[in-house]
Design a protein around this ligand. Structure first.
Ligand code: ZN
Length: 137
């Protein structure tokens, strides 16, 4: 069991294909754990917040970037800003949402010690972020 867990963690660290090409690599998930997930501790009491957290981390959300890939005939631009609505836009730039940081990109966001805490605060302060309500129309 210990070796299996070590293999799993090594695979996560080493392989972008294994963890997902667009996985938001928050430091809190290094090393990943299936028994004491910080996400379960933070969001376990709310199905909707957990869903939005998963959508943000997995980049599998009702965003313009997702539509561009799978439904190219549907609107993809942010209704407020007029640019492609992707995860980075929502987290870092969109004028619709309140945030307390100024980062140029996701890599810079992830380098911050408070990235996980900031994502948690962001989701609580912006209850429509990463929902179908805020999808481009
Ligand atoms: Zn926007």
């Amino acid at each position: 069991m210990v070796q299996l867990r070590a293999d799993w963690r090594e695979e996560y660290r080493r392989s972008p294909t294994y963890r997902g090409q667009h996985f938001l690599r928050l430091k809190v998930f290094d090393s990943p754990s299936h028994t004491s997930s910080p996400a379960l501790q933070a969001y376990g009491g709310s199905k909707s917040t957990m869903a939005r957290f998963c959508r943000a981390v997995l980049n599998h959300a009702p965003l313009g970037s997702y539509r561009r890939r799978f439904f190219p005939n549907e609107p993809t631009n942010c209704t407020d800003c007029g640019v492609l609505q992707d995860r980075a836009h929502v987290l870092l730039k969109c004028q619709r949402y309140r945030r307390w940081w100024n980062c140029r990109g996701e890599f810079e966001f992830l380098q911050r010690v408070s990235a996980y805490r900031d994502l948690t605060s962001f989701l609580k302060a912006n209850e429509s972020a990463f929902t179908f309500v805020d999808a481009p129309s």
